[in-house]
Design a protein around this ligand. Structure first.
Ligand code: SF4
Length: 318
């Protein structure tokens, strides 16, 4: 995960809760991709380390467990840079030019000036990040599949040119709910529409009060359509299933107003965040403990990376 901003509910439900559950089944490596953050944030690089520490605190608060998973910082395992360089020697330009996410991101990050070699080549860095740990699976969303395909192609090309070193990792696609921001667009810090896990109760309440509901429901007496309402999409995540069914029915017959419906949601989001925020406060008061966790994870990652690089250098005769 790129440390480029604060953690919001979209991260928690879209990514972190999935990562937390995967720990029960797999040996997982999760890292702060601070070099990847530089590809678009190179002008504001001083902020990356602040976001990074906070990001680890949020991971721990949501339930990532350093005894089960390796939690580390990409830039502190310099082997990633070496593998990136070596893999870039064998990656045809056409693979990067065809990358649909590259074209999309370039349009999205139009204010960032990402006409750089680093940005163009980031799928190779990503391949290095994944292949370094010889991962069997990578938890990705549907939109990340083209990236993973480039990684798989690079792994196959390396194995073909030299010798079998890398498994071609497979996608671990998990159905995760997509949370919209308070304006109905994708939740993102750049749209200013996010609810953050650090938000206090009054902030959560004021953000939920601004949320877009069914635009056709102008008056309290009008029946609504929960299927087009952002508040309802949140209820489906935070609210008990029988209450969700009741809300949908009541909304459709104008039995509940949007203000009350939003109040019910505030209660549940605040309840969901309470234990996470309690842990956050603990870790914010124990930063040395967090730093020790990051150091230990980085050490474990480095050991694995060093082993892989011995094989890679040997295979490539460098
Ligand atoms: S009652 Fe609830 S679900 Fe229905 S439109 Fe209002 S906020 Fe949305």
């Amino acid at each position: 995960m790129r440390p480029t901003g604060r953690t919001h509910l979209g991260h928690v439900h879209g990514i972190l809760e999935n990562w937390r559950d995967l720990q029960k089944q797999y040996d997982c490596f999760y890292f702060a991709a601070d070099w990847h953050a530089l590809t678009s944030e190179y002008k504001e690089s001083a902020e990356i380390s602040t976001y990074m520490l906070e990001m680890f605190i949020d991971w721990l608060s949501v339930g990532l467990d350093p005894d089960r998973s390796v939690l580390f910082v990409q830039s502190r395992v310099k082997e990633h840079a070496e593998l990136f360089l070596l893999l870039s020697m064998i990656t045809p330009l056409g693979w990067l030019e065809r990358n649909p996410t590259y074209k999309e991101l370039k349009t999205e990050l139009v204010e960032k000036d990402v006409n750089t070699f680093g940005f163009f080549g980031y799928p190779v860095l990503q391949a290095a990040d994944i292949l370094m740990y010889k991962g069997d699976y990578v938890p990705v969303g549907q939109d990340q599949l083209p990236h993973l395909e480039i990684t798989r192609e690079i792994a196959r090309r390396f194995n073909y040119l030299y010798r079998e070193v890398f498994p071609a990792p497979e996608a671990l696609l998990t159905e995760v709910p997509i949370l919209l921001g308070i304006d109905g667009r994708k939740m993102s810090k750049s749209y200013g529409n996010a609810i953050y896990i650090s938000d206090a109760e009054d902030v959560v309440a004021s953000k939920i009060a601004q949320m877009i509901t069914d635009p056709q429901r102008a008056y309290r007496k009008d029946p609504g359509n929960p299927d087009v309402c952002s508040v309802y999409s949140f209820h489906r995540i935070y609210t008990e299933p029988d209450v969700v069914t009741e809300i949908a029915a009541e909304c459709r017959r104008a039995g509940i107003g949007c203000t009350d419906c939003k109040k019910m949601l505030v209660e549940r989001v605040v309840r969901h965040l309470a234990p996470i925020q309690e842990k956050r406060n603990y870790f914010l008061g124990h930063l040395k403990e967090v730093e020790a966790i990051i150091d230990q994870g980085t050490e474990k990652a480095r050991e694995v990376a060093q082993g892989t690089m011995v094989e890679v250098r040997d295979a490539m005769h460098v």
